[in-house]
Design a binder for this molecule. Structure first.
Ligand code: A2P
Length: 319
């Protein structure tokens, strides 16, 4: 069984750098993917209430624990607070629902999924401005206080954020009693986020990269470019006797970041975990660093409804 490299967070907890992504893993297949991954040696499962499959993920984890394949304390389970629960009164309730769906007593990491607040209603993504709340009416600092309470109550071991800009992290650090342990952002060679990488390093915030393989199975992608067909990545994979996906995963691991590539296919699950054994040298890393083109496959336009409070400018805070 392949050992997964880990990295100690500021709390002392060790996050496995290669995890399993469950976004876009449909109910019906995700259970078997999680069970297979755990038996292959995966110890990090990246979940979210918004993925709509936490109950099945929970069944898989429970069966693996009951069958003696893994112990709870050997697993790293991340989940995320959905945007309809950022208002302080909903945070713990949403976390408890996730814990119940995942059949866990605690999470290793709980993230604010997006710095976006939406009202509760019979919709998943808002289509109208009146279904959303500006952050001025739902301050992140208040949401964060609830997450800190969740740590105090041992419902979660670490708390963090996702899709936060450096500006929003800076604001949060001003009031936070517990520093965010992680920022999970889109990250791959076409979107290297060097400023964020350096900022997080300086502030001891761990970075997790999502869409490490380019999320080719996401229908809402802003570009049809296929990372795994990039000639530089293909050349390195040939030279190293591995696959392009493995180059992408090892690039992230060698930079001290974690990734949770999604797969529901046994061979690709095994291949992705085995990326830890791929050797990339400085020359490979240098060639990969030159591929940056600031390309977001998830550009967040889905949050920008007409006359709504969120725009690409105020989500990403970029010039
Ligand atoms: P599948 O689930 O059929 O394996 P991301 O993690 O960036 O969101 O990318 C997920 C996409 O990449 C899915 O379409 C997944 O398909 C595919 N994928 C996962 N692992 C590999 C791999 N090793 N080689 C090629 N495609 C992969």
């Amino acid at each position: 069984m392949t050992a997964t490299p880990t990295l100690a967070l500021e709390s002392g907890d060790e996050i496995p750098l290669i995890g399993l992504g469950t976004w876009k893993a449909d109910p019906g297949v995700v259970k078997s993917a999680v069970k297979t991954s755990i038996s292959l040696g995966y110890r990090h499962i990246d979940c979210a209430a918004a993925y709509g499959n936490e109950k099945e993920v929970g069944e898989a984890i429970a069966e693996c624990i009951n069958e003696g394949v893994v112990k709870r304390e050997e697993l790293w389970v991340t989940s995320k607070l959905w945007c309809d629960s950022l208002q302080a009164e909903y945070v713990i309730e949403a976390l408890e629902k996730t814990l119940s769906d995942l059949r866990l007593e605690y999470l290793d990491l709980y993230l604010i999924h997006w710095p976006i607040a939406i009202k509760r209603g019979d919709f998943f993504f808002p289509e109208r401005a009146d279904q959303m709340l500006p952050l001025s009416e739902c301050p992140i600092a208040k949401t964060w206080e609830q997450l800190e309470t969740a740590v105090d109550r041992s419902l979660v071991r670490n708390i963090g954020v996702s899709n936060f800009s450096e500006k929003k992290l800076r604001e949060l650090l001003q009031s936070a009693r517990i520093t965010p342990a992680v920022n999970q952002i889109e990250r791959h060679p076409y979107l290297q986020q060097t400023d964020m990488f350096n900022y997080c390093k300086e502030h001891k915030i761990h970075l997790t990269g999502y869409s490490p393989l380019g999320s080719g199975d996401f229908s809402g992608r802003s570009s049809k470019l296929n990372l795994m067909e990039d000639p530089v990545i293909v050349d390195i994979s040939k030279k190293r006797g591995c696959t392009p996906a493995q180059v992408l995963i090892k690039w992230a691991v060698d930079m001290g970041t974690s990734v949770a590539p999604k797969s529901t296919n046994k061979d690709r699950l095994a291949q992705n975990l085995a990326s830890a054994e791929v050797q990339l040298d400085d020359g490979d890393m240098e060639k990969l660093s030159q591929l940056d083109r600031h390309l977001r496959f998830l550009d967040a336009t889905f949050w920008c409804v007409e006359d709504g409070p969120y725009t690409l400018d105020n989500i990403w805070d970029e010039q």
